[in-house]
Design a protein around this ligand. Structure first.
Ligand code: AP5
Length: 218
């Protein structure tokens, strides 16, 4: 079965961690709009600088810019490949734009997985997060440390701490999520696509919960 999934959930709940493992297990492609935008923000272009400033503030990049990146990425995959949209859509407008992108490609979503964790868990996770500068693999200094400090297990590149993981930016990111993205939970519930996962536990436990939800899809 070709799986086409959306991952919802607050910053730091573990969307990227679960997405990376699920993609390996099911041969899916992780489409993380955060990663696509971070790549864009490295460019010295006007758009790159604008994206960088928005991300560092904890607000959302505009719907059209993000949706264009997703449209291009999904078109490059063709209709045959399964994927996880990690962190997209995040607004009702993006959800509507996604519907037309998928319709044009002749495909549809199988489920929207809502990965939920408490604020306490989120703050602990984000304050210790490290990511690989080359392959994007996600670590945590205490919970999921690399074998060698500061170095990626997979490709040996240097690990970095994201600028938007500073406590004051995390607060804004959580507020932005509640205001703009939380309504998508009801949006996908009404479409019969929602699966909610309690992601406060260990990674393995969270993975099992997601796998169970996927089995229920048939
Ligand atoms: P993005 O990069 O998508 O960030 P986010 O949604 O805020 O989510 P995170 O990546 O912070 O967290 P996560 O849930 O993936 O958690 P992770 O697995 O890393 O977006 C960044 C910015 O880009 C946005 O603020 C916005 O400006 C912009 N943007 C992106 N998409 C957009 C869109 N669609 N529209 C507009 N703007 C957009 O885990 C976190 C930490 O916890 C890690 O250290 C990990 O090792 C650890 N961990 C994970 N699971 C566990 C566990 N079970 N136990 C212990 N530790 C764990």
């Amino acid at each position: 079965m070709v799986l086409r999934l959306v991952f919802l959930g607050p910053p730091g709940a573990g969307k990227g961690t679960i997405a990376q493992r699920l993609c390996t297990a099911h041969n899916l492609v992780q489409v993380s709009t955060g990663d696509l935008l971070r790549e864009e923000s490295k460019s010295e272009s006007g758009l790159g600088k604008k994206v960088k400033a928005i991300m560092e503030s904890g607000q959302y990049v505009d719907d059209q810019t993000v949706s264009k990146l997703v449209e291009n990425k999904l078109a490059s995959l063709g209709g045959e490949k399964g994927f996880i949209l990690d962190g997209y859509p995040r607004t009702l407008k993006q959800a509507e734009l996604l519907e037309s992108i998928l319709e044009n490609l002749g495909i549809s979503l199988d489920a929207a997985i809502d990965i939920e964790a408490s604020d306490e868990t989120i703050v602990k996770r984000l304050s210790g997060r490290r990511s690989c500068s080359k392959c994007g693999k996600i670590y945590h200094v205490k919970n999921i440390p690399p074998k060698e400090e500061g170095k990626c297990d997979a490709c040996s590149s240097a690990l970095f701490q994201r600028d938007d993981d500073k406590p004051e930016v995390v607060k804004t990111r959580l507020e932005t999520y509640r205001e703009k993205t939380k309504p998508l939970v009801d949006y996908y519930k009404e479409k019969g696509l929602l699966k909610a996962i309690d992601a406060n536990g260990e990674v393995e436990e969270n993975m099992q919960n997601v796998e169970k939800a996927l089995k229920e899809l048939g």
